[in-house]
Design a protein around this ligand. Structure first.
Ligand SMILES: C[S@@+](CC[C@H](N)C(=O)[O-])C[C@H]1O[C@@H](n2cnc3c(N)ncnc32)[C@H](O)[C@@H]1O
Length: 273
């Protein structure tokens, strides 16, 4: 994906309800670009779809021959124990048809709780696995196990909300996973609302790009973020650090999220400055 593709994605999905900030989309694109540069191919999978906002991005990133798999409880919301989002199969399929860019024969939909997924569903050749389903400790622990089993040798897992105080179960599940499966996954990137992990043997493949600003510079807006290593889990983990805590500067946050170059965005940006 290049910058124009991401801008088009952000613009055309602005009315699709979901939780995927521009910085998250840019970091997904950074990983996708590295994978394509490195010749890493494989399938893409997502747990937790809601109306398809992030799944559409995965659909657009998928190369020919790669499948996109998604899992959500959809209409069975009694199985959505913590009430994180509210999947809708109808809205997902119509949004995906309209915006997703992946033909139906390369899209696989699993309507069930994610702890019922098997490797026959996920495949064991994923290059990108996004976890954004149940936000309780047990769900996150189980979803990380599912992701490790599904990941190809150089694949990346993106976990949503690991530092979100609204969903403390996510960090609890992540730390529990790190405790019971030491070394199975290591963090390589933190930013937006996500942490990105890969197998220890593959970490260097990604981390060498952090030393090359020309590789990540287009994705990290230097007015809004610094891109530096932070010590975490015994490693130096590259982190997109907000220059101002957006909750303390809501006007700057609003300007940050007005990414389109259309006249409405330009007008609102000027109004908010
Ligand atoms: C936060 S939303 C996902 C947001 C989505 N990724 C987006 O694009 O904005 C969480 C979703 O996970 C689903 N969900 C919750 N618990 C689940 C579980 N145990 N297994 C599968 N899906 C689950 C919900 O129905 C909801 O659609």
């Amino acid at each position: 994906m290049d910058k124009a593709n991401v801008a088009d994605y952000l613009q055309s999905t602005r009315d699709v309800e979901g939780w995927f900030f521009p910085i998250d989309a840019y970091l997904f694109a950074l990983i996708d670009t590295i994978q394509k540069d490195e010749g890493i191919s494989g399938n893409l999978f997502e747990i937790g779809v809601h109306h398809g906002k992030t799944a559409i991005f995965l659909g657009r990133a998928a190369a020919a021959g790669e499948t996109v798999g998604v899992c959500d409880v959809f209409g069975q919301q009694d199985l959505n124990v913590d009430r994180s989002g509210e999947g809708s199969l109808d809205l997902f399929t119509s949004n995906m048809r309209k915006h997703g860019g992946v033909p139906g024969n390369r899209l696989q939909i699993f309507s069930r709780r994610s702890d019922r997924l098997t490797t026959a569903d996920t495949t064991t050749a994923c290059r990108f696995f996004h976890i954004d389903g149940g936000h309780l400790r047990a769900d996150v622990l189980s979803d990380l196990e599912t992701a490790v089993a599904a990941l190809g040798a150089d694949g990346v897992v993106a976990l949503d909300d690991p530092f979100n105080p609204n969903w403390p179960g996510v960090s609890e599940g992540l730390y529990e996973f790190m405790r019971v499966r030491p070394g199975a996954l290591v963090p390589i990137l933190i930013g937006g609302n996500k942490v990105f992990l890969t197998r220890a043997a593959a970490a260097g493949t990604y981390e060498k790009y952090w030393r090359r600003p020309e590789a990540w510079g287009q994705w990290i807006d230097s007015a809004a973020y610094r891109f530096e290593a932070r010590e975490w889990m015994g490693r130096q983990v590259q982190t997109a650090i907000r220059r101002a805590w957006v909750d303390l500067d809501p006007l700057a946050a609003a300007r940050d999220h007005l990414t389109s170059s259309g006249w409405k965005s330009r007008f609102l940006r000027r109004l908010l400055s």
